[in-house]
Each structure stands twice: as C-alpha cells, then as structure tokens.
Design a protein around this ligand. Structure first.
Ligand code: ZN
Length: 268
C-alpha cells in the first residue's frame, strides 16, 4: 500500500496526552462536514472546542490531518488520552448502500488504520465495547466507548467495519481499491464493441460515478502522447494486480512505461 497524503490543517483544539500510551484507533462520522477542508475549517475555530486527528472524504489517497498523533484530540470525552481518531465525512444514518457509494473514503479509512496500527504497534482487531472501555488494544467505533466516551452512536449500523478492517489488513481489494468487476467491465467497455451478451455479469446495471471516473482516467492514458495500446494494456494489467494473462508486450519494459504507470497510479 502506498502512504496516504496527509493534508495539514492544524487545529488549536488539542492538549497533551501526558504520557498516556495510545491503545485505541477510533472511527467517527462527522455528522455535517462533507469534505476534509470543511471539517478542517470547523476544527480550526477555537470556539468549536472540538477536533480529531484526521478526516476522510472521497478524495483518493488523501486525508486531512488536524492534530498530530503525539497530541490528544478532543472528540471522544474520557477516551481522548488513549485514542487516535478519524472523522469520516459521513453520517451515522447512512445505509450500507450509501456507504458503498464512497469506496475512496472507506479505502482512506482502511489505509489510515493500517498506518496508525503500524505506528502505535496495535493489532487491527475489532474491539467489543467492553474491551474498548477496558484495556483492549485495537480498533473501535465511537459508539463502542459508551458513556465513558461521550455516549455517541457513530458510525451507525450501516458502516461496513468488517470490510474496512479486512482492507486495513491488506486482505481486501487490490492496490487500486477497485473491485474485480471494475476491471472486467472497463476492459469490456473500452476494448470491445460492448456486446451486451459479453457484458461482465458481476458489473452492476447502474455503473457508479467513481467507476466512470476510473474509465475516464484509463481513457486519458490511452490518449497520452506516445502511449500505445500495448502499453495501456500492460499498465492496466499491472495496477490490477497482474490478474489474468500478461499482455503481449516486451519482457523488458521501457523506462518511460514505468514513468507512465506511476503517473497513472497518481491520477487515480
Ligand atoms: Zn464520534
């Protein structure tokens, strides 16, 4: 996994952990802000009297950072000294279907969990409320902290915590975060005459917006100066995790193909 870009938007709302070790990675929904910038603006005001370490929205591979890990953020009451926290720019009332429309946000969340778990040497384990409010080490949601943590109910019943933790453990999606059907479908869409009979059956009838954006990125590559269809096929095959047959391209990949591949990963 690549390292997340952390856009710095420092909040004045923090204090010292007074040497308390971090044992909880806590997930929240922001219940208002829809972007990391909006959330940063809110936390930047001392009158809000609130903060969180980071926030996640739908921007690929980028999160907002408001409070540094070493300090205590103000978002889960008595649990603040032992927690590092993320606000998802989402609502606890979201259904599972609504969460599914935000794959980048979920991936950013998963990657952040992985980075914090590595930094604080914590297991990527889903804690029960008793463990979270006791001495457990791992990942929980704000609601698991009960009245000790301020009696909140985020991230809600629809939040796909198990899927996020699987991704954080690296057991989930490919490096790109796209599901398998996307690669089958985009290949069908871009490289065939789109015979409905050959449309990949795993692709949903309504293609979500993020998948169309993905197709646009692939199309941009295709149009890029000097890029042949062989190179494009190779890049798609590579970033999809080398699934299926290797495209018929030279075994010695030209240097500029690697550059283009890095460019592609950055764009998507
Ligand atoms: Zn919360």
């Amino acid at each position: 996994m690549t390292t997340l870009v952390r856009k710095q938007m420092p909040s004045p709302n923090f204090s010292s952990r007074v040497n308390t070790p971090v044992r909880l990675i806590v997930l929240h929904t922001a219940e208002g802000a829809r972007t990391i910038e909006e959330l940063g603006h809110y936390f930047a005001s001392s009158t809000s009297n609130a903060s969180s370490h980071v926030g996640a929205d739908d921007k690929k591979n980028t999160i907002g950072e408001y409070v540094k890990r070493a300090n205590k953020a103000w978002t889960q009451s008595n649990a603040n000294p032992v927690s590092v926290s993320m606000e998802l720019c989402a609502f606890a009332s979201w259904t599972a279907a609504e969460w599914d429309k935000h794959p980048n946000m979920l991936e950013n969340c998963a990657r952040w969990i992985a980075e914090e778990a590595a930094y604080f040497e914590l297991p990527i384990t889903k804690l029960t409320p008793a463990q979270a409010q006791g001495l457990g080490k791992g990942v929980c949601q704000h609601r698991d902290l009960g009245s000790w943590g301020g009696a909140h109910h985020d991230c809600g019943d629809g939040f796909p915590i198990d899927r996020v933790l699987n991704m954080a453990r690296g057991e989930g999606d490919s490096e790109m975060g796209y599901p398998d059907w996307f690669w089958d479908w985009s290949n069908w869409y871009l490289t065939t005459d789109r015979d409905p009979q050959h449309r990949p059956s795993a692709a949903p009838a309504d293609i979500p917006e993020w998948a169309w954006t993905g197709v646009e990125e692939i199309t941009k590559i295709n149009k890029r100066f000097g890029m042949t269809s062989g190179e494009r096929d190779w890049i798609i095959w590579l970033v999809a995790g080398k699934q299926g047959q290797r495209p018929n391209v030279p075994s010695d990949i030209p240097d500029h193909w690697w550059d283009d591949q890095k460019w592609f990963v950055k764009q998507t």
